[in-house]
Design a protein around this ligand. Structure first.
Ligand SMILES: CCCCCCCC/C=C\CCCCCCCC(=O)SCCNC(=O)CCNC(=O)[C@H](O)C(C)(C)COP(=O)(O)OP(=O)(O)OC[C@H]1O[C@@H](n2cnc3c(N)ncnc32)[C@H](O)[C@@H]1OP(=O)(O)O
Ligand SMILES: CCCCCCCCCCCCCCCC(=O)OC[C@@H](O)COP(=O)(O)O
Length: 324
Protein backbone atom coordinates (compact mmCIF):
# COMPACT_ATOMS: atom_id res chain seq x y z
CA UNK A 1 0.00 0.00 0.00
CA UNK A 2 1.09 3.59 0.17
CA UNK A 3 4.27 3.83 2.29
CA UNK A 4 4.93 7.01 4.11
CA UNK A 5 8.01 8.42 5.77
CA UNK A 6 7.27 9.52 9.25
CA UNK A 7 10.07 11.56 10.66
CA UNK A 8 11.12 10.69 14.19
CA UNK A 9 8.94 7.58 14.18
CA UNK A 10 10.59 6.09 11.10
CA UNK A 11 9.11 3.04 9.50
CA UNK A 12 12.61 1.67 9.34
CA UNK A 13 15.05 4.16 10.78
CA UNK A 14 18.08 1.96 10.26
CA UNK A 15 21.21 3.52 8.75
CA UNK A 16 20.87 1.32 5.68
CA UNK A 17 17.35 2.59 5.13
CA UNK A 18 18.71 6.11 5.40
CA UNK A 19 21.22 5.34 2.67
CA UNK A 20 18.63 3.78 0.43
CA UNK A 21 16.28 6.64 0.75
CA UNK A 22 18.11 9.84 1.63
CA UNK A 23 15.05 11.86 0.72
CA UNK A 24 12.94 10.23 3.38
CA UNK A 25 15.34 10.34 6.26
CA UNK A 26 17.24 13.55 5.68
CA UNK A 27 17.40 15.84 8.72
CA UNK A 28 16.33 12.93 10.84
CA UNK A 29 18.79 13.80 13.56
CA UNK A 30 17.45 17.33 13.98
CA UNK A 31 13.81 16.42 13.92
CA UNK A 32 12.41 16.99 17.38
CA UNK A 33 8.85 15.70 16.99
CA UNK A 34 6.82 13.56 14.51
CA UNK A 35 6.13 15.49 11.28
CA UNK A 36 3.01 15.29 9.16
CA UNK A 37 2.76 12.49 6.59
CA UNK A 38 4.85 13.09 3.48
CA UNK A 39 3.73 11.10 0.43
CA UNK A 40 6.23 11.11 -2.38
CA UNK A 41 5.15 11.16 -6.01
CA UNK A 42 6.46 7.64 -6.58
CA UNK A 43 4.35 6.34 -3.71
CA UNK A 44 1.13 7.74 -5.28
CA UNK A 45 1.39 5.54 -8.38
CA UNK A 46 -0.12 2.34 -6.89
CA UNK A 47 -3.18 4.34 -5.74
CA UNK A 48 -3.59 5.93 -9.14
CA UNK A 49 -3.26 2.63 -10.93
CA UNK A 50 -5.90 1.08 -8.68
CA UNK A 51 -8.23 3.98 -9.44
CA UNK A 52 -7.64 3.67 -13.18
CA UNK A 53 -8.20 -0.07 -13.03
CA UNK A 54 -11.48 0.43 -11.18
CA UNK A 55 -12.60 2.97 -13.78
CA UNK A 56 -11.55 0.64 -16.61
CA UNK A 57 -13.81 -2.02 -15.11
CA UNK A 58 -16.64 0.27 -14.10
CA UNK A 59 -17.07 2.19 -17.36
CA UNK A 60 -17.62 -0.84 -19.64
CA UNK A 61 -19.93 -2.38 -17.01
CA UNK A 62 -22.02 0.80 -16.98
CA UNK A 63 -21.88 1.00 -20.78
CA UNK A 64 -23.27 -2.51 -21.21
CA UNK A 65 -25.66 -2.62 -18.25
CA UNK A 66 -27.15 0.85 -18.09
CA UNK A 67 -28.74 2.50 -21.15
CA UNK A 68 -28.80 5.80 -19.24
CA UNK A 69 -25.06 5.67 -18.63
CA UNK A 70 -24.59 4.82 -22.29
CA UNK A 71 -26.70 7.83 -23.23
CA UNK A 72 -24.56 10.12 -21.06
CA UNK A 73 -21.28 8.73 -22.37
CA UNK A 74 -22.44 9.07 -25.95
CA UNK A 75 -23.62 12.65 -25.48
CA UNK A 76 -20.48 13.58 -23.56
CA UNK A 77 -18.33 12.11 -26.31
CA UNK A 78 -20.42 13.86 -28.98
CA UNK A 79 -19.82 17.26 -27.40
CA UNK A 80 -16.24 16.51 -26.45
CA UNK A 81 -15.38 15.23 -29.91
CA UNK A 82 -16.88 18.32 -31.55
CA UNK A 83 -14.93 20.56 -29.19
CA UNK A 84 -11.76 18.62 -30.06
CA UNK A 85 -12.40 18.76 -33.81
CA UNK A 86 -13.03 22.47 -33.48
CA UNK A 87 -9.57 22.88 -31.92
CA UNK A 88 -8.13 21.27 -35.05
CA UNK A 89 -10.34 23.31 -37.37
CA UNK A 90 -9.61 26.71 -35.84
CA UNK A 91 -6.05 27.19 -37.17
CA UNK A 92 -7.09 25.98 -40.63
CA UNK A 93 -10.10 28.32 -40.74
CA UNK A 94 -8.14 31.20 -39.23
CA UNK A 95 -6.01 31.40 -42.40
CA UNK A 96 -9.03 32.85 -44.24
CA UNK A 97 -10.43 34.74 -41.26
CA UNK A 98 -14.21 34.85 -40.78
CA UNK A 99 -15.43 33.45 -44.07
CA UNK A 100 -18.43 31.38 -45.20
CA UNK A 101 -16.08 29.14 -47.20
CA UNK A 102 -14.76 27.85 -43.86
CA UNK A 103 -18.09 26.09 -43.37
CA UNK A 104 -16.89 23.54 -45.95
CA UNK A 105 -13.99 22.66 -43.67
CA UNK A 106 -16.28 22.20 -40.66
CA UNK A 107 -18.66 20.14 -42.76
CA UNK A 108 -15.92 17.80 -43.99
CA UNK A 109 -14.59 17.39 -40.47
CA UNK A 110 -18.00 16.53 -39.02
CA UNK A 111 -19.27 14.13 -41.69
CA UNK A 112 -17.74 11.00 -40.10
CA UNK A 113 -19.57 11.36 -36.78
CA UNK A 114 -22.62 9.49 -38.03
CA UNK A 115 -20.44 6.41 -38.53
CA UNK A 116 -19.13 6.61 -34.96
CA UNK A 117 -22.74 6.51 -33.76
CA UNK A 118 -24.09 4.02 -36.28
CA UNK A 119 -26.63 6.49 -37.62
CA UNK A 120 -27.60 6.03 -41.25
CA UNK A 121 -28.57 9.33 -42.78
CA UNK A 122 -30.58 9.04 -45.95
CA UNK A 123 -30.99 12.17 -48.07
CA UNK A 124 -33.94 12.58 -50.42
CA UNK A 125 -34.85 15.47 -52.70
CA UNK A 126 -31.40 17.10 -52.85
CA UNK A 127 -32.20 18.02 -56.47
CA UNK A 128 -34.67 20.60 -55.08
CA UNK A 129 -31.86 22.92 -54.01
CA UNK A 130 -31.83 25.86 -56.44
CA UNK A 131 -28.47 25.54 -58.18
CA UNK A 132 -26.92 28.98 -57.93
CA UNK A 133 -28.82 31.63 -56.09
CA UNK A 134 -29.39 32.78 -52.53
CA UNK A 135 -32.21 31.20 -50.54
CA UNK A 136 -33.34 30.55 -46.98
CA UNK A 137 -33.37 26.98 -45.67
CA UNK A 138 -35.83 26.25 -42.87
CA UNK A 139 -35.60 23.00 -40.97
CA UNK A 140 -37.02 21.30 -37.88
CA UNK A 141 -34.86 21.21 -34.76
CA UNK A 142 -34.95 18.14 -32.51
CA UNK A 143 -31.58 18.09 -30.81
CA UNK A 144 -27.92 18.95 -31.23
CA UNK A 145 -27.74 15.74 -33.30
CA UNK A 146 -29.37 17.79 -36.08
CA UNK A 147 -25.83 18.80 -36.87
CA UNK A 148 -25.36 15.36 -38.49
CA UNK A 149 -28.28 15.72 -40.90
CA UNK A 150 -27.42 19.33 -41.51
CA UNK A 151 -23.85 18.54 -42.50
CA UNK A 152 -25.12 15.83 -44.84
CA UNK A 153 -27.01 18.30 -47.04
CA UNK A 154 -25.47 21.68 -46.23
CA UNK A 155 -25.20 23.55 -49.55
CA UNK A 156 -22.16 25.64 -50.48
CA UNK A 157 -21.97 29.18 -49.04
CA UNK A 158 -24.68 28.43 -46.52
CA UNK A 159 -24.49 29.77 -42.98
CA UNK A 160 -26.72 28.75 -40.08
CA UNK A 161 -28.35 31.22 -37.73
CA UNK A 162 -27.64 30.22 -34.14
CA UNK A 163 -28.41 31.40 -30.65
CA UNK A 164 -25.79 33.76 -29.25
CA UNK A 165 -24.97 31.38 -26.40
CA UNK A 166 -23.26 29.02 -28.87
CA UNK A 167 -20.58 31.65 -29.39
CA UNK A 168 -19.40 30.92 -25.83
CA UNK A 169 -19.17 27.12 -26.35
CA UNK A 170 -15.38 27.21 -26.26
CA UNK A 171 -13.58 26.06 -29.39
CA UNK A 172 -16.90 25.16 -31.11
CA UNK A 173 -18.10 28.76 -30.71
CA UNK A 174 -14.90 30.13 -32.22
CA UNK A 175 -15.03 27.63 -35.12
CA UNK A 176 -18.65 28.65 -35.81
CA UNK A 177 -17.69 32.31 -35.76
CA UNK A 178 -14.83 31.70 -38.18
CA UNK A 179 -17.24 29.85 -40.50
CA UNK A 180 -19.57 32.84 -40.60
CA UNK A 181 -22.39 31.47 -38.38
CA UNK A 182 -24.78 34.33 -37.65
CA UNK A 183 -25.51 34.75 -33.96
CA UNK A 184 -28.71 36.24 -32.63
CA UNK A 185 -29.79 37.18 -29.14
CA UNK A 186 -33.19 35.56 -28.81
CA UNK A 187 -34.05 37.60 -25.73
CA UNK A 188 -33.72 40.87 -27.65
CA UNK A 189 -36.22 40.57 -30.46
CA UNK A 190 -35.40 44.05 -31.80
CA UNK A 191 -31.69 43.28 -32.09
CA UNK A 192 -32.39 39.87 -33.62
CA UNK A 193 -34.69 41.44 -36.21
CA UNK A 194 -32.10 44.04 -37.17
CA UNK A 195 -29.41 41.36 -37.50
CA UNK A 196 -31.74 39.40 -39.75
CA UNK A 197 -32.51 42.50 -41.85
CA UNK A 198 -28.78 42.98 -42.36
CA UNK A 199 -28.59 39.31 -43.39
CA UNK A 200 -31.29 39.96 -45.99
CA UNK A 201 -28.93 42.46 -47.64
CA UNK A 202 -25.88 40.20 -47.34
CA UNK A 203 -27.77 37.33 -48.86
CA UNK A 204 -27.94 39.15 -52.17
CA UNK A 205 -24.72 41.17 -52.12
CA UNK A 206 -22.48 38.29 -51.03
CA UNK A 207 -24.44 35.46 -52.61
CA UNK A 208 -24.97 33.39 -49.48
CA UNK A 209 -27.66 31.03 -48.28
CA UNK A 210 -28.95 30.99 -44.73
CA UNK A 211 -30.10 28.02 -42.64
CA UNK A 212 -32.69 28.79 -39.97
CA UNK A 213 -34.38 26.57 -37.37
CA UNK A 214 -37.69 28.46 -37.27
CA UNK A 215 -38.86 26.65 -34.14
CA UNK A 216 -36.24 28.80 -32.40
CA UNK A 217 -35.28 26.08 -29.92
CA UNK A 218 -34.75 22.32 -29.73
CA UNK A 219 -37.94 20.31 -29.66
CA UNK A 220 -37.84 16.73 -28.40
CA UNK A 221 -41.55 16.02 -28.32
CA UNK A 222 -41.92 14.37 -31.70
CA UNK A 223 -43.72 17.25 -33.37
CA UNK A 224 -42.90 20.80 -34.46
CA UNK A 225 -43.27 23.94 -32.39
CA UNK A 226 -45.01 26.96 -33.88
CA UNK A 227 -42.62 28.72 -36.25
CA UNK A 228 -41.00 32.05 -35.45
CA UNK A 229 -41.42 34.50 -38.27
CA UNK A 230 -37.84 35.77 -38.74
CA UNK A 231 -36.80 33.33 -41.48
CA UNK A 232 -39.89 34.16 -43.54
CA UNK A 233 -39.45 37.93 -43.15
CA UNK A 234 -35.86 37.41 -44.23
CA UNK A 235 -36.85 35.53 -47.38
CA UNK A 236 -39.58 38.07 -48.24
CA UNK A 237 -37.26 41.03 -47.67
CA UNK A 238 -34.61 39.51 -49.92
CA UNK A 239 -37.27 38.11 -52.31
CA UNK A 240 -35.51 34.74 -52.32
CA UNK A 241 -37.09 31.26 -52.17
CA UNK A 242 -37.51 29.21 -49.02
CA UNK A 243 -36.18 25.65 -49.11
CA UNK A 244 -37.86 23.55 -46.39
CA UNK A 245 -35.88 20.58 -45.05
CA UNK A 246 -37.41 17.93 -42.81
CA UNK A 247 -35.40 15.57 -40.64
CA UNK A 248 -37.38 12.52 -39.58
CA UNK A 249 -38.05 11.86 -35.91
CA UNK A 250 -35.11 10.46 -33.93
CA UNK A 251 -37.47 8.61 -31.58
CA UNK A 252 -36.40 5.15 -32.72
CA UNK A 253 -32.78 5.70 -31.72
CA UNK A 254 -32.63 8.79 -29.53
CA UNK A 255 -34.79 10.07 -26.71
CA UNK A 256 -33.48 12.60 -24.23
CA UNK A 257 -36.32 12.03 -21.76
CA UNK A 258 -35.82 8.26 -21.67
CA UNK A 259 -32.03 8.65 -21.84
CA UNK A 260 -31.94 6.31 -24.79
CA UNK A 261 -29.35 6.52 -27.56
CA UNK A 262 -28.79 3.58 -29.86
CA UNK A 263 -27.91 3.30 -33.53
CA UNK A 264 -30.61 4.00 -36.11
CA UNK A 265 -31.79 5.63 -39.28
CA UNK A 266 -32.77 9.17 -40.14
CA UNK A 267 -34.17 10.58 -43.33
CA UNK A 268 -33.41 14.12 -44.44
CA UNK A 269 -35.93 15.28 -47.01
CA UNK A 270 -35.41 18.43 -49.07
CA UNK A 271 -38.76 19.85 -50.20
CA UNK A 272 -39.39 21.90 -53.35
CA UNK A 273 -38.50 25.60 -52.97
CA UNK A 274 -41.30 27.99 -52.07
CA UNK A 275 -41.03 31.24 -54.07
CA UNK A 276 -41.49 34.57 -52.29
CA UNK A 277 -41.34 36.97 -55.25
CA UNK A 278 -44.02 39.61 -54.99
CA UNK A 279 -44.84 38.73 -51.35
CA UNK A 280 -44.93 41.49 -48.73
CA UNK A 281 -44.54 41.42 -44.93
CA UNK A 282 -48.33 41.05 -44.68
CA UNK A 283 -48.03 37.66 -46.38
CA UNK A 284 -45.50 36.36 -43.86
CA UNK A 285 -47.92 34.70 -41.39
CA UNK A 286 -49.67 32.74 -44.15
CA UNK A 287 -46.34 31.83 -45.73
CA UNK A 288 -44.99 30.54 -42.42
CA UNK A 289 -48.16 28.51 -41.81
CA UNK A 290 -48.12 26.97 -45.29
CA UNK A 291 -44.46 25.96 -45.01
CA UNK A 292 -44.95 24.53 -41.52
CA UNK A 293 -47.98 22.58 -42.66
CA UNK A 294 -46.11 20.99 -45.56
CA UNK A 295 -43.11 20.20 -43.35
CA UNK A 296 -45.26 18.61 -40.67
CA UNK A 297 -47.03 16.46 -43.26
CA UNK A 298 -43.69 15.18 -44.54
CA UNK A 299 -42.39 14.74 -40.97
CA UNK A 300 -45.31 12.44 -40.20
CA UNK A 301 -44.79 10.57 -43.44
CA UNK A 302 -41.09 9.84 -42.96
CA UNK A 303 -40.95 9.34 -39.19
CA UNK A 304 -41.13 5.75 -38.03
CA UNK A 305 -40.42 3.95 -34.81
CA UNK A 306 -37.87 1.77 -36.56
CA UNK A 307 -40.26 -1.15 -36.81
CA UNK A 308 -41.33 -0.19 -40.30
CA UNK A 309 -43.40 2.80 -41.26
CA UNK A 310 -46.00 4.42 -39.20
CA UNK A 311 -46.40 2.45 -35.94
CA UNK A 312 -44.97 5.35 -34.05
CA UNK A 313 -47.44 7.70 -35.74
CA UNK A 314 -50.37 5.80 -34.29
CA UNK A 315 -49.09 5.87 -30.72
CA UNK A 316 -50.88 8.30 -28.40
CA UNK A 317 -48.63 11.31 -27.92
CA UNK A 318 -46.58 10.39 -31.00
CA UNK A 319 -46.22 12.56 -34.06
CA UNK A 320 -49.69 11.52 -35.14
CA UNK A 321 -51.02 13.73 -32.36
CA UNK A 322 -49.08 16.75 -33.50
CA UNK A 323 -51.10 19.90 -33.94
CA UNK A 324 -51.07 21.36 -37.38
C1 LIG B 1 -14.94 20.74 -36.99
C2 LIG B 1 -15.69 21.03 -35.80
C3 LIG B 1 -16.39 22.29 -35.68
C4 LIG B 1 -17.34 22.33 -34.61
C5 LIG B 1 -18.18 23.49 -34.50
C6 LIG B 1 -19.60 23.17 -34.53
C7 LIG B 1 -20.04 23.21 -35.94
C8 LIG B 1 -21.28 23.66 -36.13
C9 LIG B 1 -21.49 24.29 -37.44
C10 LIG B 1 -22.53 24.85 -37.59
C11 LIG B 1 -23.56 24.70 -36.55
C12 LIG B 1 -24.43 25.73 -36.33
C13 LIG B 1 -25.42 25.20 -35.41
C14 LIG B 1 -26.63 25.88 -35.53
C15 LIG B 1 -27.62 25.32 -34.64
C16 LIG B 1 -28.13 26.35 -33.76
C17 LIG B 1 -29.58 26.30 -33.68
C18 LIG B 1 -30.08 27.39 -32.85
O1 LIG B 1 -29.37 28.06 -32.20
S1 LIG B 1 -31.78 27.61 -32.87
C19 LIG B 1 -31.99 29.07 -32.01
C20 LIG B 1 -31.76 30.29 -32.83
N1 LIG B 1 -32.59 30.37 -33.95
C21 LIG B 1 -33.77 31.07 -33.96
O2 LIG B 1 -34.16 31.66 -32.98
C22 LIG B 1 -34.57 31.09 -35.21
C23 LIG B 1 -34.66 32.43 -35.73
N2 LIG B 1 -35.54 33.26 -34.90
C24 LIG B 1 -36.42 34.10 -35.46
O3 LIG B 1 -36.47 34.12 -36.66
C25 LIG B 1 -37.33 34.93 -34.60
O4 LIG B 1 -38.41 35.30 -35.39
C26 LIG B 1 -36.71 36.21 -34.01
C27 LIG B 1 -35.50 35.86 -33.14
C28 LIG B 1 -36.26 37.18 -35.08
C29 LIG B 1 -37.77 36.90 -33.12
O5 LIG B 1 -38.24 35.95 -32.26
P1 LIG B 1 -39.54 36.13 -31.33
O6 LIG B 1 -39.42 35.14 -30.25
O7 LIG B 1 -39.66 37.53 -30.85
O8 LIG B 1 -40.77 35.66 -32.16
P2 LIG B 1 -41.56 36.08 -33.49
O9 LIG B 1 -42.98 35.84 -33.19
O10 LIG B 1 -41.01 35.34 -34.63
O11 LIG B 1 -41.33 37.64 -33.75
C30 LIG B 1 -41.96 38.66 -33.01
C31 LIG B 1 -42.54 39.69 -33.99
O12 LIG B 1 -41.50 40.23 -34.79
C32 LIG B 1 -41.81 40.04 -36.18
N3 LIG B 1 -40.58 39.83 -36.93
C33 LIG B 1 -39.72 38.81 -36.81
N4 LIG B 1 -38.71 38.96 -37.64
C34 LIG B 1 -38.92 40.12 -38.33
C35 LIG B 1 -38.22 40.78 -39.34
N5 LIG B 1 -37.05 40.30 -39.82
N6 LIG B 1 -38.74 41.92 -39.81
C36 LIG B 1 -39.90 42.40 -39.35
N7 LIG B 1 -40.62 41.82 -38.36
C37 LIG B 1 -40.13 40.69 -37.88
C38 LIG B 1 -42.74 38.84 -36.22
O13 LIG B 1 -43.53 38.82 -37.36
C39 LIG B 1 -43.52 39.03 -34.95
O14 LIG B 1 -44.51 39.97 -35.17
P3 LIG B 1 -46.06 39.55 -35.30
O15 LIG B 1 -46.38 38.81 -34.05
O16 LIG B 1 -46.12 38.68 -36.51
O17 LIG B 1 -46.77 40.84 -35.43
C1 LIG C 1 -16.70 25.97 -22.69
C2 LIG C 1 -17.18 24.59 -22.98
C3 LIG C 1 -18.59 24.51 -23.38
C4 LIG C 1 -18.96 23.12 -23.76
C5 LIG C 1 -20.13 23.08 -24.62
C6 LIG C 1 -20.07 21.93 -25.57
C7 LIG C 1 -20.52 22.34 -26.90
C8 LIG C 1 -20.26 21.34 -27.94
C9 LIG C 1 -20.58 21.86 -29.27
C10 LIG C 1 -21.79 21.29 -29.84
C11 LIG C 1 -22.17 22.01 -31.07
C12 LIG C 1 -23.48 21.58 -31.48
C13 LIG C 1 -24.17 22.60 -32.29
C14 LIG C 1 -25.63 22.45 -32.21
C15 LIG C 1 -26.20 23.53 -31.39
C16 LIG C 1 -27.57 23.33 -30.96
O1 LIG C 1 -28.29 22.46 -31.30
O2 LIG C 1 -27.93 24.29 -30.14
C17 LIG C 1 -29.17 24.24 -29.55
C18 LIG C 1 -29.95 25.46 -29.90
O3 LIG C 1 -30.19 25.45 -31.22
C19 LIG C 1 -31.27 25.56 -29.22
O4 LIG C 1 -31.00 25.71 -27.92
P1 LIG C 1 -32.10 25.50 -26.78
O5 LIG C 1 -32.99 26.68 -26.82
O6 LIG C 1 -31.26 25.41 -25.53
O7 LIG C 1 -32.83 24.22 -27.11
Amino acid sequence: MVRTSICGAGVNPSPSAGRLSPLLFRNQAHCPSPRPLQVTRMELWPGLWTLLLLLALLLPTLWFCSPSAKYFFKMAFYNGWILFLAVLAIPVCAVRGRNVENMKILRLMLLHIKYLYGIRVEVRGAHHFPPSQPYVVVSNHQSSLDLLGMMEVLPGRCVPIAKRELLWAGSAGLACWLAGVIFIDRKRTGDAISVMSEVAQTLITQDVRVWVFPEGTRNHNGSMLPFKRGAFHLAVQAQVPIVPIVMSSYQDFYCKKERRFTSGRCQVRVLPPVPTEGLTPDDVPALADTVRHSMLTVFREISTDGRGGGDYLKKPGGVGEAQL
